[in-house]
Design a protein around this ligand. Structure first.
Ligand code: FAD
Length: 313
């Protein structure tokens, strides 16, 4: 028999946005209920050192997320290990069906389901993820000061990441499977005239190799897409920049989306087009994609929800 639980505020997602929303909503006496999803703690649980979380010069991503969870719990946020499988935002209270069979009814919903970097899917890419292979130049570029690195991709993201990485690396090789970029002309111009950047057209990643103990990248092998010729590049870091996929499946037919699936919010707020439904973190953000910006938006969402519920009363 299915159980129905009613809450004033349902928070969906347990990354920095979700837990921050949990802290603020609990401290506003809204008795929030947070559903963690398939990845409790979110994306930061898949990385090692984080050096840009204010207050910690260095913290392990999984440790930070355990602390955030404990913080939200201590403030009174009810945290549930469950996955939302469908969401009906057509009328209030909103209704969420879940994997466990529990039905959640909520006066307000805060969506914090995040986003995923797209990967190529090679076994050696997987092996070195977080140990030389990254999908975030802002997060990890600093670790490659004075080293040679490579970036895979040919769109705006890849070009921006390559340019940003020249602040740290001695040389950046941009590898693309075509011979033209799919980016703004101004970015292309900056890339091509940057003396630290070399381009390798018509190539794709074949293999990442390195040491096992400690785990670390020593180089990559790339294959010419026309001749199959293999080239060896002795790089210490590899950035996969082929795009991100926001986790907006639950709301894609109910909320306005932008830039390939990110949830639209009113500028300067977390309000979506449906009153009582708020969105925060990477789910809404195709630009910054950071833990601290997500946490900030989680705070905003809880305050927006609090104001909305007060107005209903
Ligand atoms: C390898 C890596 C390293 C990074 N390093 C840094 C760094 O050093 N510094 C930094 O600031 N940022 C870093 N980032 C980026 C940072 O992790 C993200 O910006 C941040 O986690 C986004 O937070 P979020 O709360 O929006 O979503 P996420 O962290 O993506 O969390 C999404 C949450 O939603 C849940 N969810 C999804 N679908 C459902 C569902 N149907 N039902 C219930 N729950 C659901 C998931 O289980 C997850 O808990 C890194 C990212 C990666 C991948």
């Amino acid at each position: 028999m299915s159980v129905t639980r009613h809450t004033k505020v349902l928070i969906i997602g347990s990354g920095p946005a979700g837990y921050s929303a949990g802290v603020y909503a609990a401290r506003a006496m809204l008795e929030p209920l947070l559903v963690q999803g398939i990845e409790p703690g979110g994306q930061l649980t898949t990385t090692t050192e984080v050096e840009n979380w204010p207050g910690d010069t260095e913290v392990q991503g999984p440790d930070l997320m355990i602390r955030m969870e404990a913080h939200a719990r201590a403030m009174g946020c009810d945290i549930v290990g469950d996955i939302i499988t469908s969401l009906d935002l057509s009328k209030r209270p909103f209704t969420a069906q879940s994997d466990s069979g529990t039905v959640y009814k909520a006066d307000a919903v805060i969506m914090c389901t995040g986003a995923r970097a797209k990967w190529l899917g090679l076994p050696t890419e997987e092996k070195f993820k977080g140990f030389g292979v990254s999908a975030c130049a802002t997060c990890d570029g600093f670790f490659y000061r004075g080293m040679e690195i490579a970036v895979i991709g040919g769109g705006n993201t890849a070009v921006e990441e390559a340019l940003f990485l020249t602040n740290f690396a001695s040389k950046v090789t941009l590898i693309h499977r075509r011979d033209e970029l799919r980016c703004e002309k101004i970015l292309e111009h900056r890339l091509l005239k940057n003396p630290k950047i070399e381009t390798l057209w018509f190539h794709e990643l074949e293999e990442v190799y390195g040491t096992d103990s400690p785990l670390g990248v020593e180089g990559i092998k790339v294959k010419h897409t026309k001749t199959d010729e293999i080239t060896d590049l002795p790089v210490k870091g590899l950035f996969i920049a082929i795009g991100h996929a926001p986790a907006s499946e639950l709301v894609k037919d109910q909320l306005e989306l932008h830039s390939g699936g990110y949830v639209n919010v009113e500028a300067g707020s977390t309000r979506t087009a449906i009153p009582g439904v708020f969105a925060a973190g990477d789910l809404t953000d195709h630009i910054y994609r950071q833990a601290v910006t997500s946490a900030g938006m989680g705070c905003m969402a809880a305050l927006d929800a609090e104001k909305f519920l007060a107005e209903q009363d």
